[in-house]
Design a protein around this ligand. Structure first.
Ligand code: PRP
Ligand code: URA
Length: 215
C-alpha cells in the first residue's frame, strides 16, 4: 500500500468503503450495480469530507422546549463534478444536503498525451462566495483535478476540497505540489499508474463503467 502523509490528504480507508470499492473493482460488476455503488460511496465519503461545513444556529421547538441547534445551510455549498464520471457521485452527495448548488466542469483526457482538455464549464454566478467540493471518482495523474481547481481559483473560489474514490500516488503527489492548501478526500489509495496512465489495481474507466459505454 502506497504511503502518503500530506497534511491535507485524507485516505478514508473505512471497511465499508473498501468493501464497496472492491465491488467497483470487480470487472464482472455490471453498470447498474456500479452506478448505485458509486452513489453509496459518494454518500459515505461525504459524511467525512463535509465534517467542517458551516452551520447556522437556529432556534427550533421540540415537543418539550425551545432549543438552538446548528443547521446546515446548503445555499453556501456547491458540488462541482468533473464530467463525465463525477456525475455518478452527485446524487449520493445531494441526498445528504438537498438545496446545494451544482456546477459542472467538462474535461477529458487526451488519449495520446493523457493531458486534460476542457470542453465545458458552467458554474453558479456567485461561486466565489461558496464552499466548493470538486468531485471525480478517479485521481490518476492528477491533471484533471489540477486543471479543475485552477478554473475554480480563477473564478475567485477560496474554499475548495476535492473528493475522489480511487487515487494513484503519482496524482496525489502532483496535486499536493501545486495545491498543498486544498484538502483531498480519497476512498482508496492504490499502488501506481500503468503505462497508459490507468490506476492499478484500479477499476478501469470509471466514465465508461458508470454510463455503460465500454463497448
Ligand atoms: C477520467 C476521470 C478523471 C480523469 C482522471 O476522465 O473521470 O476525470 O480521467 O485522470 P487524471 O487524474 O489523469 O487527469 P476521462 O478522461 O476518462 O473522461 P470521462 O469521465 O468523460 O470518461
Ligand atoms: N480514468 C479512469 O477512468 N480510470 C483510470 O484508471 C484513470 C483515469
Amino acid at each position: 500500500m502506497a504511503k502518503i502523509n500530506y497534511k491535507n490528504v485524507h485516505v478514508l480507508n473505512h471497511p465499508l468503503l473498501t468493501h464497496k470499492i472492491a465491488i467497483l473493482r470487480d470487472k464482472n460488476t455490471g453498470t447498474t450495480t456500479f452506478r448505485n455503488t458509486v452513489k453509496e460511496i459518494a454518500m459515505l465519503e461525504g459524511f467525512e469530507a463535509l465534517r467542517n461545513i458551516s452551520t447556522k444556529k437556529t432556534v427550533i421547538t421540540t415537543p418539550l422546549e425551545k432549543t438552538t441547534q446548528p443547521l446546515v445551510d446548503g445555499s453556501k455549498l456547491c458540488f462541482v463534478p468533473i464530467l463525465r464520471a463525477g456525475l455518478g457521485m452527485v446524487d449520493g452527495l445531494t441526498d445528504l444536503i438537498p438545496g446545494v448548488k451544482i456546477g459542472h466542469i467538462g474535461l477529458y483526457r487526451d488519449p495520446k498525451t493523457k493531458k486534460p482538455v476542457e470542453y465545458f464549464c458552467k458554474l453558479p454566478k456567485n461561486i466565489k462566495n461558496m464552499e466548493v467540493f470538486l468531485i471525480d471518482p478517479m485521481f490518476a495523474t492528477g491533471g484533471s483535478a489540477i486543471d479543475a481547481v485552477r478554473t475554480l481559483k480563477k473564478k475567485g473560489v477560496k474554499k475548495i476540497s476535492f473528493i475522489c474514490i480511487v487515487a494513484a500516488p503519482e496524482g496525489v503527489k502532483a496535486f499536493e505540489k501545486v495545491f498543498p492548501d486544498v484538502p483531498v478526500y480519497i476512498g482508496a489509495l492504490d499502488r501506481q499508474l500503468n503505462s497508459n496512465k490507468y490506476i492499478l489495481p484500479g477499476l478501469g474507466d470509471a466514465g465508461d463503467r458508470i454510463f455503460g459505454t465500454e463497448d
